[in-house]
Design a protein around this ligand. Sequence first.
Ligand SMILES: NC(=O)c1ccc[n+]([C@@H]2O[C@H](COP(=O)([O-])OP(=O)(O)OC[C@H]3O[C@@H](n4cnc5c(N)ncnc54)[C@H](O)[C@@H]3O)[C@@H](O)[C@H]2O)c1
Length: 439
Amino acid sequence: MSEKRSLPAGGRPDGVSGALSRRCFVSGAAGAATLMVHSSLAATEETRELRLGVIGCGGRGSGAINDSLTINEGVRLVATADLFAPKCAALWKAMREAHPDKVAATDSIAAGLDGWRRVLDDPSVDIVLITTPPGFRPSYLTEAVAAGKHVFAEKPACVDPAGYRICLEAHDKALANGTAIVAGTQYRRQVNYLGAIEQIRQGAIGDLVSASARYCAGGIWYRPRKEGMSDAEYQLTNWMHFIWLSGDQIVEQAVHNLDTMNWVMGGNPISAFGSGGRFTRPDDSEMWDSMSLDYEYPGNRVVSFMCRQIPGAAADVGNVIRGTQGECQIGGGNAGSRIFDRAGKKIWEMAGSIADAYRQEHKDLVDSIRAGKPIVELRQMADSSMMAVLGRMAAYSGQKVTWKFATEESSLNLFPKDLAWDSTLPRPQFAIPGRTKLV
Ligand SMILES: NC(=O)c1ccc[n+]([C@@H]2O[C@H](COP(=O)([O-])OP(=O)(O)OC[C@H]3O[C@@H](n4cnc5c(N)ncnc54)[C@H](O)[C@@H]3O)[C@@H](O)[C@H]2O)c1
């Protein structure tokens, strides 16, 4: 099975075309050169200004760069890429207003499907923030590591097993290069999550028995097709609704809960079994409205998981971990953590700020580079993303799917071949259990 993905040719909205690029790895002499560059940099990292590039200048790209410029000193925004130049321009304007001393004198904007390449080729960029839709993450991570850049990568890491395996390679390559990859799973840095996990590890709820996690929310945006749009332009713009780009809600959004579950359970699940369906999505959306899954973990422990995006239905985002001596509740966002004993008496609680957690990611990244001990935590986020993919595979196919099958045997690779701005893409299709094949 081929895991290779051809990265998009140019052909950007303003008509400038770019060369077809393929993922490549630093090897042999080139690899040695990269290592030398990084070891010689290490001596000066403590004081040197670190320069930031952003690939994907939408909501989260703007949020992440703002977090980094807010929390860190000695950093500067120097480059941006997005499909659309106005997205980059809006980010520059906002950052120039918010952090006038931390942005380059002139806006550096790389628009189009090949804009990412120009940010990675820019020798002035030290750290790249990869905040595109998730479908591009594995390839861009690979290329960023090969270019010797430090990386902040938003969640999720991948949307299919092929992407998962690419991420594992990128993780190992970053370790070998001595370059950082910090993951956008911010709850790993939120104090009430850290506090709750510490309490569980110290035995506050006894032996772990089971857990449940929910990401139940209202509806989500839909960006209708405009006249004259190619299939590729339309799907890239309306990316949430196409599985090769978003992975569906379970991967794109609920990966936060699944990451927490893997953290609590101390490893990956053995299998997933579940169901779901769609009732409210627009006709050409491939997304399901809801999914419910049981994840089986070693030691006969089960995580029950549910996600949905249905307008008007009740919202509930959080995690409950049950043990022989009590129960720990860890809420989404700023909802805090609590522990109750078997009689229902609250015995511990802690508040936490998600905004602080978002900023902490960027502080840890920069501090680790300056200390010469770059954090590489892609595998952890890749595992959680793959757990979400595993659940989606089980629900879509209607079969019980094992971690082993999904990670080692599945040939599922959703990224389109030879993606270009004017590509015709296969007709959108949503999954039907019993008919959708497990591959
Ligand atoms: N950690 C969190 O809590 C959190 C919160 C929100 C979003 N996210 C993640 O951030 C990512 C982006 O989400 P968003 O809400 O910012 O979406 P968005 O639609 O607001 O922004 C995505 C941007 O990427 C651009 N883009 C698309 N394909 C590109 C490509 N190939 N190269 C360069 N630019 C490209 C789009 O034009 C758009 O400007 C997603 O993975 C999402 O899951 C994480």
